[in-house]
Write a protein that binds this ligand. Structure first.
Ligand code: ADP
Ligand code: MG
Length: 869
């Protein structure tokens, strides 16, 4: 290294401070990367890798990107989970001898992005700081730098910490330096394995340090003033998050104005499995918004609203009063359809104020951003006027938080031209009439253009050289150009400036004066415009708190309008929420499935759950009957009600739930190295430990992952536990295809049997999708196999085996099943298990004897054939 050039020494020194980031080293118009960074970046960015000292045996690989188009390259590296340290030249190369001083001015990390290009408009981009304190207390703080949102809470136990982290869904997680992830509980480890992890030094977490950092940022006198006195671990996490932000951002973050302290118990708790199973914000299979509850409800008009709705769905409420306030607002908006349309039209004109506010605060806003703010603010007086009609308390208070910021709007309107250029340095950004000196300079500069034309004409006339021209050149400035053939006519007062192959260039006293005035003016214009722009931006930034409050008000209004629109379109009803233990739904539907094109109409169903006679609904019925759909629908309706949304039902009364638990279907966590059955049992165990009489449990086919006898036994014991143990006693929907479990209701007073109605016809089963009291008589597995297109020979044989099993006629060592005859296939012998439904259809038609069919049978048959297709 001693033999490195000074430049390389500087590079290596700076790089040593950022070992875990890719260093973008500014050299002239490029950001260069060297050594390992270069190898990595060249591969990911697909750019050419070259090397310095080629062939010297001491080659240094390097690559580079132009500084003015670096953003997409940075975004790509971030997307791949890397950090990028931006190192700029911090002095003017023209004014320095030797090597230019360079400094890292900021580090871009996945959790601290602000570039619009790298952010998804309707999603937040969070950094989450997690720290384990004494015992099993966890501090959890999260922030979105792009919007300025900052929250903190404290949790007990790793599972709660994981649940919260999953709910926040951060892009990057900050842990304490030296914390060994390998020693953490399994579920937390599994969660962290899929995340980008960064570290903060341990001393940052010290109470005093963290506290003073936070107090400094929020201009608070003490941790008490921030509401953090009873959250020592929350304080530590929040301090670490702020430290990390400051370390990487390195410039002011005035738009982060306060930190919101919250308790987990203020919200309906949903564990990660339940969030996934109920497909609240993303589908289980593909992780997409479309097909989830969020996808179904999101009719928001602004990005702020879309993010807010996602938050509401992630944090449903548990207090009757706040829920009712939202419901009343939705109701009022639902009834005022025309007003709603007007409001939506205005909201659509409003830009993403939260992120604009962030960029303005962090001094990265362009003139266009300020103009976008101006346009948005212009909508507000009209919007507020419309809102005057609205009476419900929540809407009234939202209207109060929306501030049209008149003086800011006027300031931008007066100060910034309507279509500003993207660059802040080249002028053309400040409106005329805003600043007297600027107007004067512009007049000089403008006048100058006419002056050149006049001077040229004057000199042509004076010298008689008709080809004489006044030229401008960046290095030499203005000059009068005369071709060689006309040199004889050049007057004596011309001073030679430059000689070309075919011409000479001159300057005159008059031209020189002019040059000084004009060039000086243009430079001064750019400087002055930049200064004026910064002044305006700072004045706007000073109002960031008001902008923030306005944005929050608009976001909530947008969400309430969206909920009213869906309610109107989908015919939802206003749920009655109270503190009772009753969940009573008439004609409930599944919000997502009812909107899908299934080829059959969605059949609504009733539900009654309570703490007395209907605590556990034991639902039996064949596969594919609709059990899972029914149970999820009840859970989703409860959740929607607690979000403050109308619900897909004719009527609903929802006694607030403190938690919703689900154990649904076979998870696909094999990739995490746990068997499905093990996972199923872990989830069930955690439900039994955490459920309360206020909870709602959905148990779907528990015990399915093991042998029948084991499965029945486990399901049986779990149901008894939920029924019998007073601390649990949750309202429960329990689906099983073991019809043995229907016997539980004989001895347990609060267990009621239900089944999905089916019609049997001609050895076929038709699902009616209606939930009715009673137990299923048998499980129709074979009929379902037939529906699935299993070859008829297999079906016939299965029936035979079943008859033998049911009659229990086994001989020692040689069951009847094995002995019974196995007829050779009658139809085409080349049937495969997966033959198409067309083949099945053809077969069914071939077998058909129309002569013996009654009209009713014919209709049913038609229905069956339709289903086969
Ligand atoms: P199960 O859990 O009993 O096996 P599912 O709930 O998975 O059955 O339902 C199977 C299919 O039946 C669903 O994919 C859906 O298309 C349809 N289905 C379920 N419930 C209804 C209903 N109430 N109305 C119409 N179709 C339904
Ligand atoms: Mg099911």
């Amino acid at each position: 290294m001693a033999e490195q050039t000074p430049m390389m020494r500087q590079y290596l020194e700076i790089k040593s401070g950022y070992p875990d980031a890719i260093l973008f080293f500014r050299m002239g118009d490029f950001y260069e990367m060297f050594l390992d960074d270069a190898l990595l970046a060249a591969r990911i960015l697909d750019i050419t890798l070259t090397s310095r000292n080629k062939g010297s045996g001491d080659e240094i690989p390097f690559c580079g990107v132009p500084f003015h188009s670096a953003t997409p390259y940075i975004a790509k590296l971030i997307e791949h989970g890397y950090k990028v340290a931006i190192c700029e030249q911090v002095e003017d190369p023209k004014q320095t001898k030797g090597i230019v001083r360079r400094e890292v001015v900021r580090v871009v990390t996945p959790g601290l992005l602000i570039e619009t290009e790298s952010l998804s408009p309707d999603e937040n981009n969070y950094l989450l700081a997690l720290c384990q304190g004494s015992g099993d207390q966890w501090g959890c703080a999260w922030l979105d730098l792009s919007t300025g949102e900052f929250r903190v809470t404290e949790l007990t136990g790793a599972p709660a910490a994981v649940a919260e982290a999953v709910c926040v869904n951060p892009r990057e997680i900050l842990l304490t330096d030296g914390l060994d992830v390998g020693t953490l509980p399994a579920d937390l480890r599994a969660f962290l394995a899929e995340k980008i992890i960064s570290r903060a030094p341990a001393w940052v977490y010290e109470r005093d340090y963290a506290g003073s950092l936070l107090c400094g940022q929020f201009a608070a006198a003490s941790a008490e003033a921030l509401g953090l006195e009873s959250m020592p671990h929350g304080l530590m996490a929040a301090g670490a998050a702020l430290y990390y932000l400051r370390e990487n951002r390195k410039s002011a973050i005035p738009h982060i104005r306060d930190i919101r302290v919250y308790q987990r118990s203020e919200h309906l708790a949903l564990d990660p499995a339940t969030r996934r199973n109920l497909e609240i914000t993303a589908t289980m299979a593909e992780g997409k918004k479309s097909g989830s509850l969020l996808g179904c409800l999101d009719r928001t008009a602004t990005a702020m609203g879309a993010r807010c709705l996602k938050q509401w769905l992630s944090y449903p409420l548990v207090g009757v009063e706040p829920i009712r306030r939202r419901l009343d607002a939705v109701e009022e908006l639902l009834e005022a359809a025309d007003l709603r349309d007007d409001l939506v039209a205005q909201l659509k004109q409003v830009a993403d104020l939260e992120r604009l506010n962030g960029r303005i605060g962090m001094a990265s806003a362009s003139g266009r951003d300020l103009r976008a703010l101006h346009e948005s603010l212009r909508q507000l007086p009209g919007l507020l006027e419309q809102m005057e009609r609205l009476q419900s308390p929540l809407l009234r208070s939202l209207a109060q938080s929306i501030d049209p910021l008149e003086e800011i709007r006027t300031l931008i309107g007066r100060g910034i031209v309507e279509q500003p250029p993207f660059s802040l340095r080249e002028g053309g950004i400040i409106a005329s009439g805003y600043h007297a000196e600027l107007d004067e300079l512009r007049a000089i500069s403008h006048e100058g253009k006419g002056f050149i034309a006049r001077l040229e004409a004057q000199e042509k006339a004076r010298t008689g050289i008709s080809t004489l021209k006044i030229r401008y050149n960046r290095v030499f400035g203005y000059s009068i150009e005369v071709t060689k053939s006309n040199l004889a006519n050049v007057p004596a007062d011309y001073i030679r400036r430059q000689t070309l192959a075919n011409a000479e260039r001159y300057i005159t006293e008059e031209l020189k004066n002019y040059e000084e005035k004009v060039l000086g003016a243009e430079e001064r214009i750019c400087d002055l415009e930049y200064t004026l722009y910064q002044e305006i931006r700072e004045q706007v930034a000073a109002q960031s708190e008001r902008i923030c409050r306005t944005a929050a008000g608009l976001a909530a209004l947008d969400v309430l309008i969206a909920l009213a629109s869906v309610a109107g379109e989908r015919n939802y009803c206003k749920p009655m929420v109270d503190e009772s233990d009753v969940i009573e739904i008439r004609d409930g539907r599944h919000p997502v499935i009812e909107g899908m094109k299934l080829g059959e109409r969605f059949v609504p169903n009733d539900t009654r759950l309570d703490g007395d006679e209907n605590q556990v609904l034991m639902i039996t019925g064949p596969n594919m009957a609709g059990k899972s759909t029914y149970m999820r629908q009840v859970a989703l309706i409860t959740l929607m009600a607690q979000v403050g949304s109308f619900v897909p039902a004719a009527s609903a009364r929802i006694g607030i739930a403190d938690r919703i638990f689900t154990r649904v279907g076979a998870g696909d966590n094999l990739a995490r190295g746990q068997s499905t059955f093990m996972l199923e049992m872990m989830e069930a165990a955690s439900i039994l430990k955490n459920a309360t009489p206020r909870s709602l449990i959905v148990m779907d086919e528990i015990g399915r992952g093991t042998s029948t006898f084991d499965g029945v036994s486990i399901a049986w014991a779990v149901a008894e536990y939920i029924h019998d143990v007073p601390t649990c006693r949750s309202r429960t929907l329990f689906a099983t295809h073991y019809h043995e479990l229907t016997e539980l209701s004989a001895t347990r007073e609060r267990i009621k049997n239900f089944t999905v109605a089916v019609r049997e016809w001609n050895d076929q089963v038709i699902f009616l999708r209606t939930i009715i009291p009673g137990g299923a008589s048998h499980s129709y597995g074979i009929q379902v196999a037939r529906l699935a297109g299993m070859p008829s020979d297999v079906i016939e044989r299965a029936k035979e085996v079943l008859r033998n099993l049911e009659s229990g006629e086994f001989e020692e060592g040689a069951p009847r099943i094995a002995k019974s005859s196995k007829r050779p296939p009658k139809e085409s012998p080349q049937f495969t298990l997966f033959e198409s439904s067309e083949d099945q259809l053809r077969l069914r038609l071939k077998k058909l004897n129309i002569a013996t069919l009654t009209p009713l049978e014919a209709l049913n048959l038609l229905d069956e054939l339709k289903r086969m297709v």
